[in-house]
Design a binder for this molecule. Structure first.
Ligand code: GAL
Length: 707
């Protein structure tokens, strides 16, 4: 093992003196021979890899039986990596229990809502609330921390892996017992729980704690508050596991940062990461692109939210794919340049490490058709060549490390409670999709050439001029008050259908919809009017709505109709309303699903009254994504070509010196298909980076653009 002098620069994050962007992958050497390990390290150096995640699925190898340990192979790999200047984000190895453990203790296996056992044979088959599993997992964590806590290659601890990926919902007796404890903590006594759960309905009144169950398969719709609390509890139970491992690591290796890889992506819904972010030393995320018309918007959305979960600080992209994955119905290879573009989009949103699943493509097992940095074809391959190219580009971007994204003027609120509650069963429509609506607003922001933050509910709203709160279903008095303060303070709020409806216990705010937001919006709705799957309604601004309509009554002198229904059940009535408070802000209500394209004119009208000028010229909007990071001395502007065409950047290309470029680089003023350009300028000299200048003197305006 090496002396401690290398420890500091191998640690991640590297603090304010961070000097490089992390680059690497999940590394699974247990699938290969020691000869291959040596070849791996040579290739890693060639690619510029400087950090790998190790031992993620190594439990069965590290602890072959309850009484025996085998660390020799891992010692050798740790030394080999350290000797080659490659840092290790070392897993606690608890992600997937070995067969001997599930054979001896089948009671650790999760149970689905139908009462079926989730058997071993894949991975992550453990109950988050099992005391037996916890005890064995923490014993392993203890061994790992004792053995490797002082290893010079150790950069960070990686707790488990994607907690909740397959075991978020457990309906076992252990879960039921833990749920009762969680509920007792939340409500104190059974009567308070009865009130919160509305158990006067359907004869559900509980007399004592043991009567209360997790929401297993039931004759009809389970109690909605029970369902909502079960979601909260399940997220907390997984977080408790993170905390338990973290506690052991904190005792044994207090100086080593701890993280776990979140799954802020797609429809992964079970973990309320806003409540987890405080339990890691730096936020790490895994992201996989699902092909489709909004694939790039979704990548950007997820990266953006990940950054804001961590309060804007640099974060770690722990996994994405070099090319195809193996778990979609058809697994499409990435087009040339797409992997670099996707990677740099994460960096543009504040990632200071870009890692993949995985280093070397497996020859066997369930993921053998998942791409890797070294594919089945070997290093003589386009994938490996693009991996080497990315390593060089990240090297060129070393000054970007440690800088932070300059916050924009627009925020889109993202709230797990509203996500969960708005999509419960027995609702006016089963077709409400919370994340899709939020994504549509983000797509529209990109289409207007305006940067927007995706922020958790705890964000300081006063930092923004416009706040969009799509389907903000759960609103209590405190949140309603914050929104009123925001608008009275000059902010412009936009919210949509099915917002403001229930409190934290999923009880409807009475007196008409949208409940606690009625006064702020100056409207009242007596009855929901969702649309059938094939229905759409025409609007007088030339767009159309689907999914939902509301029969809106305007109740405030300051509220006016912005867009009108032309047909359908609300023909002639308002579809979009706006209350404009004189000399203060405004509150806009959108009563139908407009989709990304239909949102554009509505969002543009809000940006106009908020005096926010688009950051991109008309010709590049929707085609280029722009992001700005600022360090102590420099501002870094990322220009990302989201299209398969060559784009003329015009004046944008000369707003700084080129730090890095990908794609076709033959013409300095154009961006090749899927290409990325990163410009650097001195802080203060560039139009970006100064939030003190606001409104018409837009701090991030990149060029002369038409409003
Ligand atoms: C992640 C997981 C990895 C690998 C990858 C494949 O969910 O953490 O171990 O399975 O997906 O895309």
């Amino acid at each position: 093992m090496q002396s401690d002098h290398r420890r500091r620069w191998l640690r991640w994050p590297q603090g304010t003196n961070q000097t490089r962007i992390g680059y690497g992958a999940d590394y699974n050497p247990e699938q290969w021979s020691p000869e291959v390990w040596r070849q791996d390290v040579r290739l890693m150096r060639e690619a510029g890899v400087n950090i790998v995640s190790l031992a993620i699925f190594s439990w069965a190898r590290l602890q072959p039986t309850a009484q025996t340990w085998d660390f020799d192979w891992l010692d050798e790999v740790m030394d080999l990596l350290g000797d080659n200047g490659i840092a290790v984000d070392l897993a606690t190895a608890t992600a997937s229990p070995p067969p001997w453990l599930t054979t001896a203790h089948p009671e650790i296996l999760p149970v689905d809502r139908n009462g079926h056992t989730i058997w071993p044979g894949a991975r992550q088959h453990w109950r988050p609330t099992s005391a037996v599993f916890r005890q064995h997992a923490l014993a392993l964590v203890t061994e790992m921390a004792k053995r490797y806590g002082r290893h010079p290659a150790l950069a960070a601890w990686h707790v488990s892996n994607e907690l909740g990926c397959h075991n978020a919902w457990d309906y076992s007796d252990d879960a039921a017992a833990a749920f009762r404890i969680w509920l007792a903590d939340r409500y104190g006594d059974v009567e308070t729980l009865n009130a919160a759960w509305g158990t006067s309905f359907w004869s559900q009144r509980y007399g004592d704690w043991p009567e209360i169950l997790v929401p297993r398969l039931a004759a009809s719709h389970p109690n909605p508050t029970q369902q909502l609390d079960f979601r909260r509890f399940s997220s907390d139970a997984l977080r408790d596991h993170l905390r338990a491992e973290r506690h052991v690591l904190g005792q044994l290796t207090p100086d080593i940062p701890v993280t776990t890889n979140f799954m802020v992506m797609g429809q992964t819904q079970a973990m309320d990461y806003a409540s987890w972010a405080g339990d890691v030393d730096f936020v790490a995320n895994d992201h996989y692109v699902v092909p489709g018309p909004q694939a790039l918007d979704e990548l950007s959305f997820s990266a953006n939210l990940t950054r804001n979960l961590g309060g804007g600080r640099p974060w770690f992209l722990m996994e994405h794919s070099p090319s195809a994955v193996n778990w979609q119905s058809v697994n499409v290879a990435k087009a040339p340049g797409a992997m670099l573009r996707d990677s740099l989009t994460h960096v543009a949103h504040g990632a200071d490490a870009v890692c993949f699943f995985q280093w070397r493509q497996s020859a066997s097992g369930a993921e053998k058709y998942h791409s890797a940095m070294v594919p089945h074809a070997g290093p003589d391959s386009d994938v490996f060549r693009s991996v080497v190219e990315l390593g060089a580009v990240l090297g060129d971007l070393h000054e970007v490390a440690g800088s932070q994204v300059v916050p924009p003027h627009v925020a889109i609120l993202f709230d797990w409670a509203s996500w969960w509650a708005s999509e419960l069963d027995s609702h006016p429509s089963s077709r409400v999709r919370y994340r899709q609506e939020a994504l549509d607003w983000y797509s529209a922001a990109l289409a207007t050439g305006t940067r927007a933050d995706i922020v958790p509910l705890s964000a300081d709203l006063s930092r923004y001029d416009v706040v969009v709160a799509p389907i903000l279903h759960v609103v209590d008095a405190e949140l309603a008050g914050r929104l009123v303060d925001f608008v009275e303070g000059g902010g412009h709020l936009v919210t949509t259908y099915f917002s403001g409806i229930v409190d934290r216990s999923d009880h409807v705010h009475l007196g008409g919809y949208p409940g606690l937001l009625r006064e702020l919006l100056g409207i009242r709705i007596q009855e929901f009017a969702p649309l059938l799957e094939h229905e759409s309604v025409a609007l007088d601004n030339g767009t159309s709505g689907t999914l939902w309509t509301d029969q809106i009554e305007i109740t405030d002198r300051e509220t006016h109709c912005v867009v009108t229904y032309l047909d359908g059940p609300q023909s002639g009535r308002p579809a979009v309303t706006r209350r404009v408070l004189p000399l203060r802000g405004s509150a806009t209500y959108v009563s139908t699903r407009l989709g990304a394209g239909g949102i554009v004119p509505v969002l543009a009208s809000v940006l106009r009254i908020a005096d926010i000028i688009p950051e991109l010229p008309q010709a590049l909007r929707d085609k280029v994504e722009v992001s700005v990071r600022a360090g102590d001395d420099s501002v870094f502007t990322f220009l990302i070509n989201r299209t398969n065409e060559q784009l003329d950047l015009g004046a944008l290309a000369s707003q700084g010196t080129q730090l890095a470029r990908t794609g076709d680089i033959s013409d300095p003023a154009t961006l090749g298909p899927r290409g990325v350009m990163v410009l650097s300028s001195a802080r203060g000299s560039a139009p970006a980076g100064n939030r003190a200048a606001r409104r018409r003197h837009h701090p991030h305006q990149l060029a002369e653009v038409e409003p």
